[in-house]
Design a protein around this ligand. Structure first.
Ligand SMILES: *Cc1c(COP(=O)(O)O)cnc(C)c1O
Length: 401
C-alpha cells in the first residue's frame, strides 16, 4: 500500500501521529480514501459517528438548519437548542435536569469541573476525586483531571484540585473522602482512552453513596460511553443516578456539540458560565436527528446486539491465546492483546495497521488494546467482517509485513 500525504498536511500542527490514509467520502459504515479504496469504519470518529457517515436523516437535519438560522450566540433562544435540552432532560435519568451546551467533550468536563468547584467550595470542600488511567480531555482543567501523568507532565504544575485513586478499589475511594474535603467525584463509568474498562457496578454504587454521605457532587464523564453502551448513560447499567453527566462524541453524530446535564438544584446561574457557539442551531439539529434515529430504530438495544455479536465473532476468529481480555459494552470495545510467546509486549498499533491494510479501520486505547467503537447502525455483516479482520491481523502478528 502506498501513501502520499496531502501537500497541505505539512502545515497542520503535528499533534497526531496519523494513519496513512486520507479520507474523502463516507456512507454508513464505509469510507473511501483518495485512491478509491474502501474501508469498513469501526472507529467512527472515535465513537462520534453514532449513525455512521452521512446518515440521510442527519444530513437533512444539518442542511435544513444550516439554511434556516445561522447562530444566535446564546444571547437569544433558538428552537433546536430548546428542543434538544428538553429531549435530553426527558431521556436522561437526572431529576429535573438543566442542560449547558458547549462544543466538545473537554468543554463539557471543564463546565462540570467548575460546577463541582462551585458546589464544593460553598461548603469549604475543594478536592475532586478522579481515577488513575482516566481521560477527560486536553484543556487545562480537564487535563489536570486526567489520570495519565505522561499527558500532564509537560504542563505541570496544573491546578491541584484532583485526588487520584485507582479504579475499582473501594478502600482507596473511602480513604479519599476521609479528610472531609471532597466536593465531588468525576469519573468515566466505562473508561475509554484508559483501555476500555467498564467500572464495577458495586464500585459505582459506592461512589454514589459516598457522595451522598459527604454532600459531594457525583459527575460522570460519558463523553465516550454515552449513547453507545446500551443506554443513554452507561452508568444506568449499575442502577445509579449521577448528579450530572457530560456528553459529547456520539451526541453530535459528527458535528461538534457537548452537553453538561445537571439537576436544577446544582445548575449554574446567569453569568457563571458561557460559550458563543455552544448549542447552536446546526449542531443541535444534528443531535436531535441522532436522538430521533436512535429512538425510532431501537439503536440502544441494537448496540447490545452488536456488542454480543462482535465479541463472540472475535473470540471465534482470533488465534487461541492472542487476546488476554475483552472489555466493554454495547458499541464500545477494547481487545487487550496478550504479550508474545517470547514475552515481548503486544503492539496494538501494529495490529491496527494490519487491519487498515485489510480494509478495516480500528483504533487503539493504550499500547496493547485494540478498540472498536462501531456506529450503532452497523450490520451483522459489518461486525463479522471487523472480527475477521482482527483475527487475521492477530494471526500474522510477529510476521514481518
Ligand atoms: C474524547 C473524550 C473527551 C474529550 O473530548 P473532546 O471532544 O476530544 O474534547 C473527554 N472525556 C472522554 C471520556 C473522552 O473519551
Amino acid at each position: 500500500m502506498t501513501f502520499a500525504p496531502l501537500p497541505g498536511e505539512a502545515a497542520v500542527m503535528p499533534t497526531y501521529a496519523r494513519y496513512p490514509v486520507t479520507l474523502v467520502r463516507g456512507e454508513g459504515t464505509a469510507v473511501w480514501d483518495d485512491e478509491g479504496r474502501s474501508y469498513l469504519d469501526m472507529t467512527g470518529g472515535i465513537g462520534a459517528l453514532s449513525l455512521g457517515h452521512c446518515h440521510p436523516d442527519w444530513v437533512a437535519a444539518v442542511a435544513g438548519a444550516a439554511g434556516t438560522v445561522g447562530l444566535a450566540s446564546n444571547l437569544y433562544a433558538t428552537r433546536p437548542q430548546a428542543e434538544l435540552a428538553a429531549r435530553l432532560a426527558s431521556l436522561l435519568p437526572i431529576h429535573d435536569a438543566r442542560v449547558f451546551f458547549c462544543n466538545s467533550g473537554a468543554e463539557a468536563n471543564e463546565a462540570a469541573i467548575k460546577l463541582i468547584r462551585k458546589h464544593g467550595l460553598a461548603h469549604g470542600k475543594g478536592a475532586i476525586v478522579a481515577l488513575d488511567g482516566s481521560f477527560h480531555g486536553r484543556t487545562v482543567a480537564a487535563l489536570a483531571a486526567t489520570g495519565q501523568p505522561a499527558k500532564r507532565a509537560p504542563f505541570e504544575p496544573l491546578v491541584d484540585w484532583f485526588r487520584f485513586v485507582p479504579p475499582d478499589d473501594p478502600d482507596a475511594l473511602r480513604a479519599a473522602f476521609a479528610a472531609g474535603d471532597v466536593g465531588g467525584v468525576l469519573l468515566e463509568p466505562v473508561m475509554g482512552e484508559g483501555g476500555v474498562r467498564p467500572l464495577r457496578d458495586d464500585y459505582l454504587r459506592l461512589a454514589r453513596e459516598l457522595c451522598d454521605e459527604h454532600g459531594a457532587l457525583f459527575v460522570v464523564d460519558e463523553v465516550q460511553s454515552g449513547l453507545r453502551c446500551g443506554d443513554w448513560l452507561a452508568i444506568t447499567h449499575a442502577g445509579v443516578v449521577p448528579d450530572a453527566a457530560c456528553l459529547a462524541k456520539a451526541l453530535g453524530g459528527g458535528l461538534p456539540i457537548g452537553a453538561l446535564v445537571a439537576g436544577a438544584d446544582v445548575s449554574f446561574t446567569p453569568g457563571e458560565h458561557a460559550t458563543t457557539y455552544g448549542g447552536g442551531p446546526v449542531p443541535s439539529s444534528a443531535a436531535l436527528a441522532v436522538l430521533d434515529v436512535i429512538e425510532r430504530d431501537g439503536l440502544l438495544a441494537r448496540s447490545l446486539e452488536i456488542g454480543a455479536r462482535l465479541t463472540a465473532a472475535v473470540v471465534a476468529a482470533a488465534p487461541a491465546g492472542a487476546i488476554a481480555e475483552i472489555r466493554g459494552r454495547g458499541c464500545l470495545w477494547g481487545f487487550e492483546l496478550a504479550p508474545a510467546a517470547d514475552g515481548a509486549p503486544a503492539d496494538a498499533n501494529a495490529v491496527v495497521l494490519r487491519m487498515l491494510e485489510d480494509g478495516v479501520l480500528a483504533s487503539i486505547a493504550g499500547p496493547a488494546v485494540v478498540r472498536m467503537s462501531p456506529p450503532l447502525t452497523s450490520s451483522d455483516a459489518d461486525v463479522d467482517r471487523a472480527a475477521d479482520a482482527l483475527g487475521a491481523a492477530l494471526a500474522t502478528a510477529g510476521v514481518p509485513a
